[in-house]
Ligand binder design. Structure first.
Ligand SMILES: [Zn+2]
Length: 263
């Protein structure tokens, strides 16, 4: 039995059939020609990409991250001589994530407002989300109001669910710690979350506009217990972000423009 001209693809010229011997009889069976194989591989690849996109989308939704922080990426990061060190460090942290996770290495970024701490922090969040790391990244205020809102809606059960997801995420990123009101309730909730992550050896990345001393005072309970701060410092290595103040930088850029107008 031979292949006939109809068995060949008009497009690529490869055969779309082959003859095999089954129990002593030659039989013609269909097969994919070269261009059909390419088509099939393309479809499989597209399906994989769709699955990947859906997984990432789900991770992103579960991260509770606000839309406004989605644009904080290393690609959008404007590196200058003052922030280069921190930029490199943040990138390396992401590249070495498996090791960081294993050894429970966290970071506490502190420094004056407007130095790019939030941007840097959410760069790490977006980079790791892109690598498929289940994490939660929120402002501390947003997180506390989320717990409160859930409590209002679902009672204890809802609050337990939110707090569990905060406890279980591979990485918890808390932006602007210390901006919250110092109430007994907020101190208790923060302790509960930080202590649980400490005990489960799960890393955190935290940013604050306060000095370490101010943060310590902020987290100290009314009866003078500093355990929340102590746990935090044990988990998160404090790094001061110096950087240019964005306001000063803008002023300097304006100065340049004005100067160019004058000359
Ligand atoms: Zn073909």
């Amino acid at each position: 039995m031979d292949l006939v001209s109809d068995d060949y693809c008009e497009k690529c010229g490869d055969s779309q059939a082959m003859v095999i011997n089954m129990l002593g009889t030659d039989t013609k069976v269909r097969k994919l020609c070269d261009c059909q194989k390419i088509e099939r591989d393309k479809r499989i690849e597209e399906e994989k990409n769709r699955d990947r996109q859906m997984r990432l989308e789900k991770l992103r939704n579960n991260s509770l991250m606000d839309d406004e922080f989605k644009k904080c990426t290393f690609q959008n990061f404007i590196v200058d001589d003052k922030n280069k060190k921190m930029y490199d460090l943040a990138k390396r942290y992401c590249n070495k994530w498996p090791q960081m996770k294993k050894e429970n290495v966290g970071i506490l970024f502190h420094g004056k407002p407007g130095r790019g701490k939030t941007f840097l922090t959410f760069c790490i969040a977006n980079e790791l989300l892109g690598k498929g790391v289940p994490l939660i990244a929120m402002s501390t205020l947003g997180l506390l109001s989320k717990i409160k809102a859930t409590y209002g809606k679902w009672g204890d059960a809802g609050e337990v669910q939110v707090i569990n997801s905060l406890k279980n995420a591979s990485l918890l990123i808390l932006d602007d710690l210390g901006a919250e009101n110092s109430t007994t309730w907020t101190k208790e909730k923060l302790y509960e979350i930080i202590d649980s992550r400490y005990r489960n050896k799960k890393p955190m990345i935290v940013s604050t506009n306060l000095t370490l001393e101010q943060l310590k005072n902020k987290l100290t309970t009314d009866d003078g217990v500093t355990r929340t701060y102590d746990r935090l410092i044990e988990m998160c290595y404090p790094l001061e972000i110096k950087g240019y103040s964005r306001r000063i930088k803008t002023a300097k850029e304006k100065e340049k423009i004005i100067q160019s107008l004058l000359s």
